[in-house]
Design a protein around this ligand. Structure first.
Ligand code: NAD
Length: 354
């Protein structure tokens, strides 16, 4: 039976970059040997407009049935009234919760042809290849919230089981890489971090003794990510620290538009999306960088469908096109004329067909 891929373009540039990603999937299908069933759904602002809900029942059903879901981005000024009952971003949180995708995986790799697009110096960027894994469904974002006129609180809590399962994803991936895991916490201050650190020590001693585990406090990690990024292999951390560190790490690669992500449920199903948002400032202009979404398709084929060769072929095609000098506006430096979203897609598809 053909694998079912749910396609949720969402809002703003989400629809533009997903269009290019679908052309890449089509190119893989045309090469033969694979058949996928692609089924579209609504999420975010587009779903609010059509149904009144940011995560409609039909989309939930599609997400639960699908082997993998490809998402563009959600949100935009049209739906950003803080008093609104439905918000696009809540649709995304509900989608992640419904799919039970607790491990967010973001590969951050630098590429010589993009060194100039990064604010860091080239000598810092050489050889950077980090897999950042963020716990996605627990911690302070999901804890009880309280607010009155003069005080507010957000509860941060983690269970041993929640910590163990995300650390296990990190360790399993480190086994196939350079065998080093950096666990990031704030164990000098937070109880949840002290539990996190002791669970990590026990788990690695018991199940992954061959791996090298180091602990870093989150403030130090933020600094080391910029001062010695090439030293890291797999970095794993809780939800809020991961949210912040992954955006910081994205600047190593040159642009938010370059980076893909996978959110995994530990059983092979996953949600795949670029790390950027709906970019209302450039939506509708046809200039968004589709590479992060196209590289998310590669992660989808690798992690949910077991198609490693096809995933690697897409990654190669993207980097060959960048090596050839083609640039969207966000990564164009030194007076290079930028191409639009569709032209970048054309070039990547042409490489795949070559
Ligand atoms: P953003 O990621 O949308 O944009 C930040 C900046 O990066 C903008 O200047 C934008 O033009 C640029 N950018 C982002 N992606 C790009 C691409 N592919 N090519 C070229 N340039 C790109 O973040 P924001 O502006 O803070 O948020 C805009 C909306 O997106 C908000 O409604 C926010 O809630 C939402 N958002 C959604 C997601 C998601 O769907 N996963 C993530 C972050 C933000």
């Amino acid at each position: 039976m053909a694998a079912l891929i749910g396609v949720l373009p969402g809002d703003g540039i989400g629809t533009e970059v997903v269009d290019q990603a679908l052309r890449v999937i089509d190119a893989i299908v045309r090469r033969g040997g694979h058949a996928f069933e692609l089924r579209r759904g609504l999420i975010g602002g587009a779903a609010i407009d059509a149904t009144g809900k940011a995560f409609p029942a039909a989309t939930r059903q599609l997400a639960l049935q699908a082997d993998a879901v490809l998402l563009g981005a959600v949100g935009g000024p049209k739906w950003s009234d803080p008093a609104a009952r439905e918000r696009p971003e809540q649709g995304l949180l509900d989608l992640r919760a419904a799919m039970g995708v607790y491990a967010n995986v973001r590969p951050v790799r630098t590429h010589p042809s993009l060194y100039e697009a990064s604010p860091l110096k080239a000598d810092r960027l050489r050889g950077v290849d980090i897999l950042v894994i963020r716990e996605l469904t627990g911690g302070i974002y999901f804890g009880t919230k309280q607010r009155d006129a003069d005080s507010a609180s957000d509860l941060c809590s983690y269970t041993r089981a929640e910590i163990e399962r995300v650390l296990r994803v990190a360790a399993t991936m480190a086994r196939r890489r350079r065998g080093r895991v950096t666990s990031v916490d704030k164990a000098n201050v937070l109880e949840t971090s002290r539990l996190w650190r002791s669970v990590a020590n026990e788990l690695f001693a018991r199940e992954f003794p061959e791996l090298q585990l180091e602990h870093l406090l989150v403030d130090a990690a933020a600094m080391h990510l910029l001062s010695r990024p090439a030293d890291f292999d797999v970095m794993v951390t809780e939800n809020m620290f991961g949210d912040i560190l992954t955006d910081e790490a994205s600047m190593l690669a040159g642009s938010m538009g370059m980076l893909p992500s996978a959110s995994l449920d530990g059983q092979g199903r996953g949600l795949y999306e670029p790390i950027h948002g709906s970019a209302p400032d450039i939506a509708g202009q046809g200039i968004a960088n589709p590479c992060g979404t196209i590289l998310s398709v590669a992660l989808l084929l690798r992690h949910s469908l077991g198609l490693e060769a096809e995933a690697a072929r897409i990654e190669r095609a993207v980097y060959e096109v960048l090596d050839s000098g083609l640039r969207t506006r966000d990564i164009a430096t030194g007076g290079v004329a930028a191409v639009g979203t569709a032209a970048m897609g054309d070039a990547i598809v042409a490489r795949l067909n070559a």
